[in-house]
Design a protein around this ligand. Structure first.
Ligand code: OOG
Ligand code: NI
Length: 453
């Protein structure tokens, strides 16, 4: 018996602690959790097929606890330590997201578990952005923001010591794990005391609201925590009835029989009062507000191959262009019409190599020499969609914009810089397509081994 607890254990404790903390910080979050769990129960009882599919792919148990969160960091060192902190919980950086294309001065990755067993246990993920002050035109403001950020340390001494212990020994004891969760939580907590004066806050805010949000505070407060729903359209309709007003459009693909990728919607949750530093006394005084935290829900579908993703991107772009150029057509209609070109049954999605699947042998008449698609066609093998675990840059930009407000601020030129991001991170980000392909391939191998035995 190892003296250490698993990284799954620590991740689950952390995700529960974050959820409990967010519920006390943002009351609408608890309302949303209740709404989502009610709708998930109804969906499962009305759709026994979906329930079996989730059961057979080890995806049912995780759903009630499934969440993602998001944070925004201010400097390279923070991202570097954050990578090591998430590793303690079995979470690794997957994919590079360039948000400058949408006029948002950050680039991002998602920390999440990558292996099947760990995902089934608890897929908790955190969308993590790093501010890009290099994109600001105002060089004086850039220097001021850098100087403010240089002074802060967002991690507790205890958290840093336990990360080092984990790296040295290869694990944490249960006691250390409990302490680690407590210490790590401090970094994600809301701090109502700003580190700047009102006038500095205004300067940062005028450059871009996001810059003010990242630079003015002691830490990268978790800005939303998102439960997974099995029916986002029902939640979208249900939200106003419980006093929550979602953004107008659901990001991602339109409603379909076979869910693909990710659909998301969000709402503004809270205006916080903030104590800024008084210019003359240097003391914190209660004299301002800041909107930092919001709510979001998501529905996850099958992961797409590169080919499927290209088709998705192409249809999404077409729908957006049509809705923009033609006043008579709504975005929803344009989206639904364009996506009629995306096959909507599992067998075709598999045959055309548009999506990733696991295989389940459901007959003992299967011929081991037959090819996969004919086994599927004959009903000898069942397709289990592999859940999309990542994020979509166009949707993420929509989510950022919905909570930052549309009003002005500087626009930023598209300027991806994955190298700089990975240098700050201290490692490469994993390629999501390779991860899904490996999951599919190991299921294919297991199927043929089963057929051969
Ligand atoms: C992150 C927005 C992106 C998502 O689910 O796509 C995101 C942020 O606002 O910091 O969370
Ligand atoms: Ni989100």
């Amino acid at each position: 018996m190892s003296q250490f607890v698993s990284t799954d254990f620590t991740r689950t404790q952390f995700s529960r602690a974050m959820s409990a903390m967010y519920a006390t910080e943002v009351p609408a979050y608890s309302t949303l959790l209740e709404l989502v769990s009610g709708i998930n129960e109804t969906t499962l009882s009305e759709q026994p097929g979906l329930k079996h599919q989730l059961e057979d792919s080890d995806n049912l148990a995780r759903i009630t606890e499934e969440r993602h969160g998001a944070i925004r960091l201010g400097k390279s060192e923070e991202l570097h330590i954050m990578r090591r902190l998430f590793a303690v919980m079995g979470m690794f950086p997957v994919s590079y997201y360039d948000l400058s294309v949408a006029g948002i001065p950050v680039h991002s990755t998602a920390f999440r578990p990558v292996e099947r067993a760990h995902l089934s246990e608890n897929p908790f993920r955190v969308f993590t952005s790093l501010l890009r002050l290099d994109l600001i035109d105002d060089k004086a403001l850039q220097a001021d923001a850098e100087a403010i950020l240089a002074k802060r340390d967002i991690f507790t001494e205890g958290a840093k010591a336990l990360i080092a212990e984990f790296e040295k020994n290869g694990g944490l004891t249960e006691e250390q794990s409990t302490q680690f969760v407590k210490e790590a939580l401090e970094t994600f907590r809301w701090h109502s005391e700003a580190t700047v004066t009102v006038s500095m806050y205004k300067r940062l805010h005028d450059a871009h609201r996001l810059i003010a949000d990242v630079v003015s505070f002691k830490g990268p407060h978790i800005n939303h925590l998102t439960p997974r729903t099995l029916d986002i359209d029902a939640v979208q309709v249900g939200m106003p009835k419980v006093g929550i007003n979602p953004k107008l459009v659901v990001e991602g693909p339109p409603p379909r029989k076979c869910q693909i990728l990710l659909r998301q919607t969000s709402f503004k949750a809270l205006e916080e009062s903030v104590n800024f530093i008084d210019e003359t006394t240097g003391k914190a005084v209660a004299d301002g507000t800041h909107t930092a935290r919001f709510g979001e829900i998501e529905q996850r579908g099958v992961a797409l191959t590169k080919k499927g993703r290209e088709l998705y991107d192409e249809l999404l772009l077409k729908a957006r262009e049509r809705a923009n150029n033609d006043e008579k057509i709504s975005y929803e209609t344009a989206l639904a019409e364009e996506f009629s070109a995306f096959p909507d049954d599992w067998a075709t999605l598999h045959r055309e190599k548009l999506a990733f699947f696991e295989y389940q042998l459901i007959s003992n008449e299967a011929d081991k020499n037959a090819d996969l698609d004919s086994m599927i066609e004959r009903g000898h093998v069942r397709l289990l969609p592999i859940v999309y675990e990542d994020f979509l840059p166009v949707s993420a930009a929509g989510i950022f914009q919905s909570n930052l407000g549309d009003e002005g601020g500087q626009n930023f030129a598209a300027n991806a810089n994955q190298n700089a991001f990975e240098k700050a991170l201290g490692s490469k980000v994993a390629d999501e397509f390779e991860l899904y392909a490996a999951l599919q391939e190991s299921s294919r191998k297991a199927l043929y081994e089963q057929l051969a035995s």
